[in-house]
Design a binder for this molecule. Structure first.
Ligand SMILES: NC(=O)c1ccc[n+]([C@@H]2O[C@H](COP(=O)([O-])OP(=O)(O)OC[C@H]3O[C@@H](n4cnc5c(N)ncnc54)[C@H](O)[C@@H]3O)[C@@H](O)[C@H]2O)c1
Ligand SMILES: [Zn+2]
Ligand SMILES: [Zn+2]
Length: 366
């Protein structure tokens, strides 16, 4: 069928709205009508060339929608189910899946980074040629075909537009705190970057019972938002940031720092803001091929730990329903995270606004 989708033809070009063809789901695949897709900085990394990917591609990886049709052999999902899309369609049987690290599953990585479905082919075609799927989701489109492992069935009483946020920002941010970093009650936390991911880290820190929660952003307009999501202090990023964080933490530095921007110099500042014996967790994704200068002499002498966090170390089928239960119980703010909504036609404006730093999280709503 013909669908409306936002296509990137090459880096540093705008998204174009076109009507490519979407084939029926093959074995193990599911056709989903998208309700909303979040505008995440990771999509922008494709548009800017910071993340390399086959093109033309339909981006969008923070989606939620309603199941329309099933390919042969799909189990545990039925037409009409509400689903949040999972961008790490783990196989359940590789080394990483067996070691409770489904976010690192080795089986999905090759086809997903080739821009295809798990069988190595695309369901999308444009002008008769393959059109690639970002993360196997291609969610900046009215309809999508995804691997069944990408469909996490959710309770139907959660509005689908806010449910979409759980598919990336919320899972990544809350998961980074409670799983990757394992923040304990009363610990101090510094969070660099207050976009969708950083604000979710703040929420995770509040949920974990952290003590001082210090938010840092270049944009002073993020101060009120950061406080709304759990920050006890806000600092506008500048040359004194590390000194100010030390002042707020008895001169030591924070027990935990999180980088949620994706810039090497911010990763280096966040490292300096961690106390001896503390932990730096990197959630921001820096440009492919970039390098970060972290001093080995200090890492060893001060026993600082540096962790990477991919998808918040979550297990989506286990954690998406849990996060939505927290939302329904009033313990996780999702409605308040949605500061902007746009139509698919407005997608270039959506990313331009995200880049100003004024957006908490924005959604493309279908
Ligand atoms: N690890 C993962 O699995 C994962 C998942 C999703 C997103 N990400 C990455 O997380 C990062 C953040 O994504 P997002 O969607 O929240 O982005 P965003 O654009 O919504 O937010 C980024 C925020 O960082 C602020 N900022 C910019 N420069 C800064 C600086 N020097 N110091 C402090 N703050 C600064 C901006 O003002 C903005 O508020 C991106 O790199 C994205 O690719 C990683
Ligand atoms: Zn696996
Ligand atoms: Zn994302």
């Amino acid at each position: 069928m013909k669908i409306h989708a936002a296509i990137l033809t090459q880096p540093n070009r705008p998204f174009i709205i076109e009507q490519p063809d979407l084939e029926d789901p093959r074995p193990g695949e599911v056709l989903v009508r998208i309700a909303a897709t979040g505008v995440c900085h990771s999509d922008w990394h494709l548009a800017s060339g910071a993340t390399q990917h086959p093109m033309p591609v339909v981006a969008g990886h923070e989606g939620a929608g309603v199941v329309q049709a099933l390919g042969p052999g799909v189990r545990g999902i039925k037409t009409g189910d509400h689903v949040v899309l999972n961008w790490a369609p783990a196989c359940g049987s590789c080394f990483y899946c067996h070691h409770n690290q489904p976010n690192l599953c080795q089986t999905y990585l090759d086809p997903i980074w080739a821009g295809t479905m798990l069988d190595g082919s695309t369901r999308l075609k444009w002008n008769g040629k393959p059109l690639y799927h970002w993360c196997g989701l291609a969610a900046f489109a009215q309809y999508t075909v995804v691997p069944q492992q990408s469909c996490v069935v959710i309770r139907p009483d959660v509005p689908l537009n806010v449910a979409a946020l759980v598919g990336c920002a919320i899972a990544t941010g809350v998961g980074a705190v409670i799983y990757t970093a394992n923040v304990r009650p009363a610990q101090s936390v510094a969070v660099f970057g207050c976009g969708g991911v950083g604000l979710s880290i703040l929420q995770g820190a509040a949920l974990a019972g952290a003590g001082d929660i210090i938010a840092v952003d270049t944009n002073p307009a993020k101060a009120n938002l950061a406080r709304q999501f759990g920050a006890t202090h806000f600092l506008q990023a500048n040359d004194d940031t590390v000194d100010l964080i030390r002042e707020l933490t008895a001169g030591r530095g924070a027990d935990h720092a999180f980088e949620a921007v994706g810039l090497p110099h911010v990763q280096e500042t966040a490292f300096a803001a961690v106390r001896p014996g503390g932990t730096l967790t990197l959630a921001g994704l820096s440009r492919m091929g970039s390098a970060t200068n972290l001093p080995g002499s200090i890492i060893a002498r001060q026993e600082k730990t540096i962790k990477g966090s991919y998808y918040g170390s979550v297990n989506p089928p286990r954690d998406f329903p849990m996060l939505l239960d927290l939302y329904m119980a009033g313990k996780l703010k999702l409605d308040e995270m949605v500061s902007h909504q746009w139509t698919l036609d407005q997608i270039n404006q959506a990313f331009a606004q995200m880049l100003t730093g004024d957006v908490a999280r924005g959604l493309i709503v279908f």
